[in-house]
Design a protein. Structure first.
Length: 213
């Protein structure tokens, strides 16, 4: 069972609608999980005894449809989360939005190639067991790309665009490019609450300014 997209609107409005749909799916998953919890079982608990008979201590007629519904809802949740991620990329990176049909780029007039990515932030600390720690981020790592954000995304010594990107991508995977000991590395992590500490990253990031620049 797939999910239905809201009526086409702006990417930002569509993202809000999908986030509301995501919340509704998660709420329904909790309802179905409560059926399993009431029977002291989970998605893999056996429903028959060693002799092959239905267990008398379980409400099998409630558990089976609850399990099936949970599987459907988790598939829908994955689809919605993927769509939200794509829309957020469009919202914060207009270059990903397809140009109008009338706007054609002549052959041979492509944009110049990007230069090397430069660090714009430094990791000043990483909390144990945090999303940042699980992704492999370390103190003194230099950030050269955070999602779609690069040094050119920041007009002042403020990391506000980075904070906004994190807030808008809760529970969505982000790619992070860093420099560590002069070597470029790609990390993946998912901002989330409830990991046991403050914020959704679990690390302290400060603006970085190369002394040579």
């Amino acid at each position: 069972m797939g999910f239905m997209l809201p009526s086409p609107e702006t990417p930002r409005e569509l993202a809000r609608a999908l986030m509301a749909r995501k919340d509704a799916i998660e709420a329904e998953i909790d309802v179905q999980l409560s059926v399993l919890k009431a029977n002291s079982c989970n998605m893999t608990s056996p429903l028959v005894d060693p002799e092959g008979f239905a267990r008398a201590d379980l409400d099998i007629y409630a558990i089976r449809p609850a399990r099936a519904r949970i599987i459907e809802l988790k598939n829908d949740l994955q689809d919605v989360t993927n769509e939200i991620g794509k829309l957020l990329e469009q919202i914060y990176d207009p270059s990903l939005v397809p140009p109008p049909a009338s706007a054609e780029t002549p052959l041979g007039s492509g944009a110049p190639a990007e230069g090397p990515l430069l660090p714009f932030a430094k990791v000043d600390g990483v909390a144990p067991a945090s999303p940042a720690a699980e992704a492999g981020l370390r103190r003194e790592d230099l950030i050269i790309k955070f999602g779609h954000l690069t040094k050119a995304s920041f007009s002042a010594s403020s990391l506000q665009p980075l904070a906004e990107l994190v807030n808008d991508n809760e529970s969505c995977e982000l790619h992070l490019q860093i420099l560590r000991d002069g070597q470029e590395m790609l990390l993946r992590f998912t901002p989330r609450k409830g990991w046991g500490g403050r914020g959704m990253l679990g690390c302290h990031i400060v603006p970085y300014h190369d002394a040579a620049s």
